[in-house]
Ligand binder design. Structure first.
Ligand SMILES: Nc1nc2c(ncn2[C@@H]2O[C@H](COP(=O)(O)OP(=O)(O)OP(=O)(O)O)[C@@H](O)[C@H]2O)c(=O)[nH]1
Length: 947
């Protein structure tokens, strides 16, 4: 489609009204049909309906509602396509009769709408131009598609009638275009020099100082660039607006039009800047320009920034409190009722208490030791409010004078390096000087001059205008001594005599009584300051007539200048990002074969593996397993009881023959009862529950070790804690249940021959194992001191157990000998008991003589009963609840925690970071490109309609 050509054709004012109307209407209808066809989203019926109504506004709405926004990648591919522009072009909402209404009713036009305002502006051609286009229009008109021509002829009077209607509509719109164009010029005239608006790039103000002109028209090269960006062909000179009468009539100081005039384009560019910051917060080259605030101590920097924000938030103090640059991003959020602050790098969001914000800023600064003086590491602060403009500022206070002060050379160099980085092109320098200090002594201007010798990108801000006479203020603002192309703006950012009590009183007022409107987003102090500034400037209106004054003016100027300078930086930044993206993509391919990985997917994969491991463990961890764990522990206790109660007993030999003596019978019977009772009262409930719990946790640790989670302490702790919590929830109940169930064994233990035989077999094995271990230990000692020597020591110790004479044997040797002697005696006893177990102990009747078998049988009973309940009470519950609880806990992890977890593994951290960098670069590039598409498309269109 050639939207531009067709619209141009409709603009001839030299045609007779009737003919012009007809051609315009027909062309519009043709255009609509073509657009509809091009979009392909309309049925013939819809087209017919739209045409029948012949209301362009409606057509536009119909079309725009049917357009599915092209995806960004697709957009990139066809970014130079005029068709795309044309499609989007007609999605502009219909313009109201009142051009002001148009502007304000779409107070937040999309970037595209913004560009289209220029587009329409450009269409607002002078009649001369149209006249010169007339032959061209005729020739183009001949080329109107045949089907429209045919249709026109066939439809005859019907189309003419409808065309007339359309024509009336277009006339209305045309007037609005013209008015609107004026608006746009007013808007940019504020910062654009006359010459710049023509696109010539030559500033009409060559004295290098526009401060004097008070119109900001001397914004020089930056402005020329801006002009060429937006308006190559507009010859209309813009009459530059001053802080004018309108301001005086604008009684509601709270009604700051700045926000109404802010454009989404700026928001998008600030978003891109934030994106680039995320990619590389320390990279100067991979960033869009910002406004860097500099000024000497007490020049009023903080007050200026706070008056822009409408809140007090900057830390103050004499001990150079700003040690790190504060990158302040202001985001206009039209619908929010309160002002919020984020510290993205600290992951602190939506803070509403600005005392806290101040505290955090203070702490972040103070974290830099005095010896280091400064750190390059910026503090990022984002403030969102409906009352702040979209701006990106960097606060560098303190550095200027510190750099100049008596500092060691090394430190000076460091400070200078930091200043150079921030003050470098294309950043805008906001040089703050106090009106009551001679400009010749302004450290800010000196530093700005060093970084920007021609004063092309420096805005001078003169604070404390109220402290000097208006005449002096005027002479500073219009001075020619320190020329700045973007001029000076005078401000007052403090209301005199506004003590705390006054503010309290002030803030307690409300509504009409309070005079000053209250706002959740602006502090009463700030409201009072603005009120004072306004009344002061109103009082001295004549003196400041040709100057740029007021905080409001400064805000507007900053928005416009930053927008232009950001816009200019888009193309070179886009190229840099493309290079970065290519490098990153290559690395990502080489190192990770383009494999996508998110912290969450990494976590979930590993948790799945963990769950699989736990499932396998569950299958393995059956009743038998449980039994063997508990039995092993009870076996040990049985051996301990045997050792302490039996194997040390001097009468143990009695058990080898048949006992007939009643005393002996009673003795051994009681002994067995005591040993059995000790075993049943060992606290089997707690013991068994604890054993199983420990076994589960140990196995969980093993499973964890088999997954990647072993490299992540954070998640390992979470998994273990979850398991402990689930087990703890059942621990006491299970222990009590088990204890209750084994209670009967404390009084009576019934054993049948099967139980006895099993216990006997097990006892034999146990004794053998005990013997093996004793033997092993004995051999170790023997090997360490030698067989012969050991025999000597043992013989000696056997003879003289009290070791009255050492015979030259060392203490260690004697210790070893004693141990060996003990082991050899124990081996003897065990051998003798084992023999007895094999030869005797055939039935439960002999239990008093065979305590090994009986205690074993008791431990068997305890084990089987405990396992039954452990399985039901503890294990089933654990395997059911643990995965559920784990999922719940994992779901509660914040994105940051998941990312932190994943990055614990250096390789995963590299993978995620590289991938994220690639994605961010891609996104930043897409966003920049989508803005560049508008720029290029706009230029393309405007060139074609140039006569
Ligand atoms: N009369 C008057 N005083 C002002 C104005 N702006 C700021 N001040 C006062 O000047 C002093 C310094 O202002 P700040 O905003 O703290 O200046 P600063 O440059 O941030 O100071 P440092 O943080 O110390 O570097 C404060 O007492 C302010 O109240 C103004 O427009 N008029």
């Amino acid at each position: 489609m050639r939207l531009h050509v067709q619209i141009a054709q409709t603009t001839s004012l030299t045609m007779s009204n009737r003919y012009t109307s007809c051609v315009r209407s027909i062309t519009f209808v043709t255009l609509s049909i073509r657009i509809f066809k091009a979009i392909g989203g309309f049925s013939k019926v819809n087209m017919a309906k739209a045409l029948q109504n012949q209301l362009p506004g409606r057509c536009i709405r119909l079309v725009s509602s049917s357009i599915i926004s092209p995806s960004i990648p697709a957009l990139r591919k066809c970014r130079t396509s005029q068709r795309w522009l044309s499609m989007r072009a007609i999605s502009i909402p219909p313009i109201s009769n009142n051009n002001k209404l148009f502007y304000h009713s779409y107070a937040r036009p999309s970037p595209f709408q913004f560009r289209m305002q220029f587009f329409h502006n450009t269409l607002n051609l002078s009649s001369k131009r149209f006249a010169s286009m007339f032959p061209n229009i005729i020739s183009k008109a001949i080329k109107i598609p045949t089907y429209v021509g045919g249709g026109m002829a066939a439809a005859g009077s019907y189309i003419a009638y409808k065309a007339n209607e359309t024509n009336t509509f277009i006339h209305g719109k045309w007037d609005q275009f013209r008015d609107f164009a004026g608006n746009v010029k007013d808007r940019f005239g504020d910062v654009l020099p006359d010459g710049a608006v023509t696109g010539s790039g030559a500033s009409s103000n060559n004295n290098g100082n526009n401060g004097g002109s008070g119109d900001g028209s001397g914004d020089g090269d930056l402005m020329s660039a801006a002009a060429s960006l937006f308006s190559d062909n507009d010859n209309e000179r813009t009459k530059v607006a001053h802080e004018d009468d309108e301001d005086d009539e604008d009684d509601g100081l709270d009604e700051d039009n700045t926000q109404d005039e802010m454009l989404n384009l700026m928001k998008q560019m600030i978003e891109i800047r934030s994106l680039l910051n995320k990619i590389d917060s320390n990279s100067a080259h991979l960033s869009l320009p910002s406004i860097v605030v500099i000024g000497s101590q007490s020049s009023g920097k903080s007050s200026v920034l706070e008056s822009i924000v409408g809140r007090e938030f900057l830390p103050k103090g004499s001990n150079m409190v700003t040690r790190r640059p504060i990158e302040l991003t202001l985001v206009n959020t039209p619908n929010s009722k309160e002002i919020t602050a984020d510290f993205p790098l600290l992951r602190l969001y939506n803070l509403t208490n600005f005392k806290e914000v101040k505290k955090i800023l203070m702490e972040s600064n103070m974290a830099v030791p005095t010896t280091e003086a400064i750190s390059e590491d910026p503090i990022q602060l984002t403030i969102k409010s409906s009352r702040v403009p979209d701006l990106s500022l960097v606060d560098l206070p303190g550095y200027i004078q510190i750099e100049a002060a008596d500092q060691p050379m090394e430190l000076k160099g460091k400070i200078r390096q930091l200043c150079d980085k921030y003050l470098a092109d294309p950043n805008i320098i906001l040089a703050i000087s106090s009106a009551d200090v001679d400009l010749a002594n302004s450290a800010a201007l000196r530093a700005a001059k060093a970084a920007d010798p021609q004063g092309l990108r420096t805005i001078g801000v003169i604070t404390k205008l109220d402290l000097v006479s208006p005449e002096v203020g005027h002479s500073i603002l219009t001075n020619k001594k320190y020329p700045l192309k973007m001029g000076y703006v005078g401000v007052i950012t403090k209301a005199p005599g506004l003590g705390k009590s006054h503010l309290g009183l002030f803030s307690s007022r409300s509504g009409s009584e309070g005079k000053v409107p209250q706002s959740a987003t602006i502090e009463p102090q700030q409201v009072a300051v603005r009120e004072f500034e306004k009344s002061y400037l109103r009082e001295h209106k004549k003196q400041f007539n040709d100057c740029q004054v007021s905080t409001k003016k400064l805000r507007e100027k900053l928005i416009k200048i930053l927008e232009i300078s950001m816009s200019n930086a888009l193309e070179p930044t886009s190229m840099l990002i493309q290079q970065e993206l290519d490098d990153t993509s290559y690395l990502f391919k080489v190192e990770f074969n383009d494999r996508q990985l998110t912290p969450k997917s990494y976590l979930l994969n590993n948790v799945d593996i963990l769950k699989l491991g736990i499932k396998e463990f569950q299958e393995k961890f059956n009743r038998n397993e449980l039994k063997s764990i508990l039995k092993a522990d009870l076996d040990q206790r049985v051996l301990d009881f045997l050792a302490t109660r039996y194997w040390k007993d001097e009468n143990l030999q009695e058990l080898s023959s048949k006992i007939n003596n009643d005393d002996e019978i009673l003795y051994w019977h009681k002994k067995l009862e005591l040993a059995s009772s000790s075993l049943t009262k060992v606290g089997v409930g707690r013991l068994s529950t604890m054993l199983v719990t420990n076994a589960i946790l140990k196995e969980l640790e093993n499973v964890l070790q088999e997954t990647q989670l072993k490299n992540h302490d954070l998640i390992k702790e979470l998994v273990t804690n979850t398991a402990v919590n689930v087990l703890n929830a059942k621990y006491y109940a299970t222990a009590d249940q088990v204890e209750n169930c084994i209670k009967p064994f404390k009084y009576e233990i019934d054993l049948d021959s099967r139980d006895w035989n099993i216990a006997r077999e097990h006892s034999v094995l146990l004794m053998k194992e005990e013997m093996r271990q004793c033997n092993e230990k004995f051999q170790v000692i023997k090997n360490s001191i030698g067989s012969k020597k050991l025999q000597q020591v043992m013989a000696y110790l056997h003879r003289d157990p009290n070791k009255t004479e050492t015979l030259g044997m060392s203490k260690l040797l004697l210790e070893r000998g004693s141990e060996a002697l003990f082991l050899s005696k124990r081996l003897q006893i065990l051998g003798f008991r084992l023999q007895l177990l094999k030869n005797k102990c055939s039935s439960v009747v002999e239990k008093d003589q065979c305590p090994e078998v009986f205690l074993n049988a008791v431990s068997d009973k305890l084990t089987s009963t405990a396992v039954l309940f452990l399985n039901v009470e503890l294990l089933s519950d654990f395997f059911y609840n643990f995965p559920i609880e784990l999922d719940r806990k994992l779901n509660n992890l914040s994105e940051e925690q998941v990312e932190m977890f994943a990055k614990e593994d250096p390789r995963i951290a590299r993978h995620i970071e590289l991938q994220k960098r690639k994605e961010l670069l891609d996104l930043a590039l897409e966003k920049i490109d989508s803005i560049l598409v508008f720029k290029k498309s706009y230029k393309g269109v405007s060139k074609k309609i140039t006569p």
